[in-house]
Write a protein that binds this ligand. Structure first.
Ligand SMILES: CC(C)(COP(=O)(O)OP(=O)(O)OC[C@H]1O[C@@H](n2cnc3c(N)ncnc32)[C@H](O)[C@@H]1OP(=O)(O)O)[C@@H](O)C(=O)NCCC(=O)NCCS
Length: 201
């Protein structure tokens, strides 16, 4: 197997209204503003919100994300509005098993960017990246059964519902929830790859 650090990965992913790319130094300001307006909206499912007390905290995080991208340990990306370049939220290919070629997609969107389809476009772009640039055998999404908005993204992006894992996840308050598991495999992607998506190095 080629060492993952030698894999060239497209860094500019575009859908009709959404741009997705790895982080750069300087993205921390936009990330902090997005987290700060969204604390109540993201906190139940994303316990890291309180870790962002200042823009400097967010800047440290985006630089760490960039370093992890370079090492191919994790592939975190920012979600941006294509037309304005405004930072909208975070996503990425996580829990990577390079041997199996399995990737998990996670996501969150700022409060003022929600309800417009940017997350669905992001999931489609990251699926394209995984299957067409990284030889993925499995791309999956997990979410708490009570997180209906998250499950709706997986369904809207055409992921196959695999099942319900009992007591699979704890929310930020420590309450247990069942986990829903969704996935795509190469045959699914070949059958129904969405159009209008571009990957560029
Ligand atoms: C989960 C989360 C990312 C979903 O975000 P979202 O904005 O609902 O998802 P999308 O960007 O795909 O938008 C879908 C909505 O936009 C609408 N929409 C408008 N234009 C659209 C378009 N062109 N394409 C698709 N959907 C569109 C859809 O109808 C849908 O609206 P609805 O929720 O009223 O049915 C968001 O709720 C969030 O950040 N939650 C907190 C963090 C979290 O839970 N993360 C997941 C952990 S597993």
């Amino acid at each position: 197997m080629k060492p993952p650090i030698l894999i060239d990965i497209p860094e500019c992913l575009t859908a009709p209204r959404t741009l997705v790319r790895p982080y750069r130094a300087g993205d921390g300001v936009g990330m902090f503003e997005a987290v700060d307006e969204s604390r109540e909206h993201i906190l139940p499912w994303m316990p890291w919100g309180p870790g962002h007390q200042t823009a400097e905290d967010s800047e440290k995080l985006v630089r760490t994300f960039r370093a992890r991208w370079e090492l191919r340990e994790d592939l975190p990306v920012g979600i941006f509005e294509r037309e304005s370049g405004r930072y909208l939220g975070g996503s990425g290919l996580h829990r990577i098993d390079w041997e199996v070629r399995s990737f998990e997609i996670g996501y969150w969107i700022r409060k003022s960017g929600a309800g417009k389809g940017h997350v669905t476009e992001t999931v489609q772009l990251l699926s394209k990246l995984a299957f067409e640039a990284l030889d993925a055998n499995r791309v999956f999404i997990r979410c708490a059964a009570a997180n209906e908005k998250s499950a709706a993204v997986a369904r809207r992006a055409g992921f196959f519902y695999e099942g319900r894992l009992r007591n699979g996840i704890k929310d930020a308050r420590g309450v247990l929830h069942d986990t829903l598991m969704f996935s795509l495999i190469p045959e699914d992607w070949e059958r129904a790859a969405p159009r209008g998506l571009r990957l560029e190095l």
